[in-house]
Design a protein around this ligand. Sequence first.
Ligand code: HEC
Length: 390
Amino acid sequence: MLTSALYAQTIPTWSENIACILYTRCTSCHNPLGIAPFSLVDYANASGAAAGIYDAVINNRMPPWPPDPTYRSFAHEKNLTPQEKQLIIDWVSNGTPLGNPGNAPVPPVYTNSEVIQNPDLTVRMPVYTIPPISSDLYRCFAIPSNTTIDQFITGVEVVPGNRQVVHHVLVFQDTANTTLILDSLDPAPGYNGFGGVGSNSAKLVGIWVPGAEPVFQPLGMGLSIPAGSTIIFQVHYPVGSSFQQDSTKVNFEMTPVPTTREVTVAPILNHGAQLTNGPLFIPADSTRTFYSQLTTPFNLTLLSVAPHMHLIGRSIKSWAVTLLNDTIPFIDIPEWNFMWQGNYQFRQPLKIPALSSFHGEAFYDNTVNNPLNPSIPPQDVSQEKPPPMK
Ligand code: HEC
């Protein structure tokens, strides 16, 4: 009796310990409708995938959560705690015991139902059939919003049309008509675009990556959307999506209240003028670390942080230092992965006092050791001459 009681306590089982972890950390993507290639919703699926789960978890590949949680912990974090990781490892090492199915949590149900039920604006791209592709496709779609008054966006929900192929979506707003022209020049819906959407005045208003929840601004805050704005989606379809169809849409919650505090998305630290050891130039077969710095003349409130690099970026970090020499950590991504970029929301808004300095540090690897290097043999990379889109 004693032995079996001890056994029950020390060896994790699916019903008592593991299902709950998989349901909170994995099944938002690993469900029959999700982006991941297989479901982890029931015991048979999870135990059948045990060897892969063990390998992905022990090597920190899954769940994809690139920020170092010891540098800063974010809202809606998806990473496993050390205890959860150990439970999964012990469960697989002990032959994936089921435990008492009566104790298993109720499995989550995944549907395509939407969170913003009565959107103030819905913008849907036309049905697009992905052409035969041998490399990843970044396709932009420009759609008139037809709004007639100036408003603020308080909530954004991206509803991928085809979750099997939509890898990420950037949502922009623009008052110029450049993107509408670009869209009309290509006979198929949309136009190709990797770095940006082809308009300098386009402003980012939303980012969606698999597993992401809709984003709502804190009460009384919103992103400006002038009357008649164009909405642009930039959608990433990975290689292997040929001939699939997609019609992604975005639901917006908006308010016309003029006292709304305006939220902006701004590249306050970037690879341009603020580089302290620029210009950005990474010769073929070399690695380089670049530093950027900027002093804010006014008080700022930060809501989220979204590091961005392309394929030869390997790690990125940013923080602020106040006049009193306090360091405020923002984010540290020790192993950058272009496939898993995101907008990371702070647990509460961060107040940064005037005259604090912002710092960024980015490491680039333009050698053959970088498995994502799009040029083999490597080519010189500079701001004027970005690497090819692959
Ligand atoms: C944000 C979405 C997402 C979450 C959350 C997620 N996965 Fe995945 N997973 C994917 C995608 C997409 C793939 C296939 C592409 C790839 O391998 O990167 C994948 C592949 C895998 C693979 C096979 C490939 C490999 O790298 O080993 C395993 C095993 C796996 N996931 C396990 C898990 C487990 C266990 C969890 C939770 C602890 C989890 N995943 C959470 C999206 C996700």
